[in-house]
Design a protein around this ligand. Sequence first.
Ligand code: SF4
Ligand code: SF4
Length: 488
Amino acid sequence: MKRQSDAPQEHLGSTGGPVMWDGLDLTAELKPFQSKTGDHVFVVDGSRIYDLDHECRSFLDRAFAQNGQANAQQTAALWHALGLSRESEHRYIGGNAIDLPKVRSISLNLAQTCNMACRYCYADEGHFGGRARLMGEEVALATVDRLFLEAEPDARMVLGFMGGEPLLARDLLHRTARYAWEKARREGRDIRFSLTTNGTLIREADAELFRDLPFTVTFSIDGTRDVHDLLRPMKNGGGSYDAMISGLETIERVGRPLQLAARATVTARTGRLLPLLDHMIELGFDDVGFSPVLVSPDPKLAFSAADFQTFLSHMIECGEKALREIKAGRSYPFGNLESALQEIHRGTHRPFPCGAGAGYLSANAEGKLFACHRLIDDPAFAMGDVRNGSDEAARTRHLSRSHVDLMEPCKRCWARYLCGGGCYHEVKARGRLACDYIRGWLEFCLCAYVELSNEASALAPVTGMPETINSLNKVSSEAAVHAPPSNA
Ligand code: SF4
Ligand code: SF4
């Protein structure tokens, strides 16, 4: 057996002291999988991957045939065989509450209104179920001040601009970004900006702002013209593709921001994804990702559990093309695969799906804070306001009830420390429909990771490739052969 990844582990959860492995449900702790290069096991605690020799694979097969229940002696032997004897004295992650992180990222909903009428929009065209409104300057600047107050002095802060369509509040966006940038320079702080936009309103002055300050600009684009125009009409019913492309051309002409990303929303009717991915990558985005719709005012567009089976096969088709391109030394920035590979490589193990309510908050037009941009104006996720500060008690309550080890059925799921239990907004509205898809996609990504790391030393570093792929070259491939379980 050899350890695939020797990346340092993140400790996002309290270890809660020593926890022995006796009586473990192995199906919740180990995920055996088979790649083109052989048999492997994913150790859930700490997100580690090991190669399996034939005898260990046989032991696991027998343990799993008994529904994953292995007695203490067998489990100890398996852990010894995996070379985990010393590490087994404690867990990397436990069910105890974590220390409340400092806020380091706040998004501003500058314009809770939109110039488009996307058919699936969860935000009710930016109104979030209320009336259309724009944020005032006093609220926007107070949000910046609040971020600087709450973030650690040496943290990299992120100020996000969202909506609705944030460029409907263009002047305020410019003033707020410049205010935050100057304040960061004066105080010696590190700040970055992000903007999510439909791209239809971008002018040269906007592109200059995104070029001159450290901006990640994410376009909402659904793929080719026909798919995009069908789902993302303007308010007058006309298509938005041409206006979006015009915004993209303005950015290309003026100069690119730090990162230019595309996020495509996939509905139950979208169909194959590969032609859409090819098209968006050809448009020149640095990162292209897909997000399925679970919450939509038009229920025909929202995914059912059955739709996720088709989605998985379409995602794997994209992932296989990305793998071929990577192996051929060509850039193919499929964001869903890249982010999964990065998490696997880092050994990420986290008890939450995202930073909502933890290090990340979102401010509505009046300056009230919520756990994230999708949970704006939901009283169950209210977390203070920008003038008086984030509500630490509400954030602590939110995190202590959201730990993935406390959730059913998550606490018995092998994918739990990579998945984190599912988006709060989607779980609240639809429950957990996507679990088989999440596990299927992660298993594909685990196989892809092993294949790439085995081949990495043979691949020359490629200019423009994601850092993860190139850094796989650095993964140790030292073999550590251990005896198989003696009592298997
Ligand atoms: S949401 Fe589903 S896939 Fe994610 S941890 Fe929970 S059970 Fe597993
Ligand atoms: S709750 Fe959902 S939408 Fe909000 S930040 Fe988390 S994953 Fe994203």
